[in-house]
Structure formats: structure tokens, C-alpha cells
Design a protein around this ligand. Sequence first.
Ligand code: AP5
Length: 212
Amino acid sequence: MFIVLLGPPGAGKGTQAQRVAASTELLHISTGDMFRENVRNNTELGRLAKMHMDKGELVPDEVTVQMLLERIGRLDAVKGVMFDGFPRNVVQAAALDEALRSRGDSIDRALLISVRDEELIARLGGRWICRSCGHLYHERNDPPKKAGVCGECGGELYQREDDRPEVVRTRLDRQKPSAELINHYRSATVLREIDGEQSLDEVTRLLLEALD
Ligand code: AP5
């Protein structure tokens, strides 16, 4: 199965992709995580991506699509993928469709997680992430047992640079899924909409139900 998770920044795409991938054995591919890894390793791609990420803007399609196509060309992506944060627009969606079509695959579901802006702002402001394993926490909604320490692996928790309030505002202005992108999947009859303001467990249940 090839699944795309759509939703505004902070909707819960990363959290739910980790959960759904764990119970379906789909490979979780997050373009945001790939960019952050490149930033950490100070690669040329990472330096370019950082300039855009720090401002709350999308990284240009050309480099994003190239990075994603290279990733899905690897052996571990043959059987099925849960795409988190890709595509962001119809140019990226068309490139993904074409790459899958050329190997006899297609997108089976596009799951759109909807959350209101006030809740998105609260979620991004309270998000903490493990530096070692990437597990996601929220200081109010899903806190770690010990402050600053990952309950999964003992790693150190940090907050993202682009979760600063002024960057969050730009991300919410520029990075919500466009009507054009949503229609792309609606017209392919693979779109399912999920209320992302339920509990973490309930959203996971709704997503898994939508995959059946
Ligand atoms: P990316 O990392 O993909 O950022 P994003 O899309 O803004 O999404 P987030 O990771 O911020 O949020 P999320 O929806 O995953 O929510 P999460 O699960 O963490 O991309 C980063 C940057 O990279 C972009 O700004 C862009 O510059 C670039 N980029 C990436 N992909 C690109 C592309 N395709 N093209 C161009 N540029 C690209 O949850 C948030 C918080 O809420 C957590 O604390 C969590 O615990 C909590 N939470 C989650 N669900 C619930 C719930 N149901 N109830 C209560 N709390 C919840």
C-alpha cells in the first residue's frame, strides 16, 4: 500500500505516521525528517533546506522531489510506504504519481487530518522531540514521564527551531494543503478525511479504519 498523510503543520502527521507504520509495517518516509537529518549533517542539501525551513517556507520542489524519488527507489520502499509531509502541492503529487506508475503502483489512500488553527498553535508550541529516536511528545497532551527525557530510549528531548511562534504563523499561512492538492486525491477517489481533534488513540483508530 502507498499512503499519503495530508494535514497542516502540527495536525499530528508525524505522530500518527509512527503509530500507523508500526501497526501496518509500512515504511514511514518523512521529508521533514530527511531535511532535518541533512541539516544535522551539514550537507549541501541541508544548508539549502535550512534557509527555507527557518523562514517557515517550503523547500523548492525540484530538490524535494529529487530527494524523495531517490528515497523511494531503495529496496525497502518496494512493498509500501506511508508518506508524511509529501506531497505538499500538485507538482509534487504528479511527480509521485508518475514515479509509482512507472513501477506499476499507485496511491491507495490520501488521509487528510483536519485540525483548527488555535489547536495547531498550541500543539506546535508544546511539542518536544527525542534527539535519538524521534519520538514525539507534547508537554500537555502527551508528556514524557520524566521532563526532558524520552520514555522510549532515554534520549534528550528538544524543541524545533521552526516551532517559534513567528515561524509557526508563516507555516500556517503557507503550508496548509491547498484545495487543488485535496482535489487531486478526491478526484482519484482515494481521499479520506479524519477529524484530528480527537485523542491520539482515536485518531489512530480512525486512520486504520480508513485504510481498511
Ligand atoms: P515537517 O517536519 O513535515 O513539518 P510540518 O508539515 O509543518 O508538520 P509538523 O512536523 O510540524 O507537524 P505534524 O503534523 O507532523 O504534527 P506532530 O505529529 O509532530 O516539515 C518541516 C519543514 O520541512 C517544512 O516547514 C518545509 O520547510 C520542509 N518540508 C518538508 N516536507 C516538504 C515538502 N514536501 N516540500 C517542501 N518542503 C518540505 O504533532 C504536533 C504536536 O501535537 C506533538 O507534540 C504531538 O504530541 C501533538 N499531538 C499530535 N496529535 C495529537 C492529538 N490527537 N491530540 C493532542 N496532541 C496531539
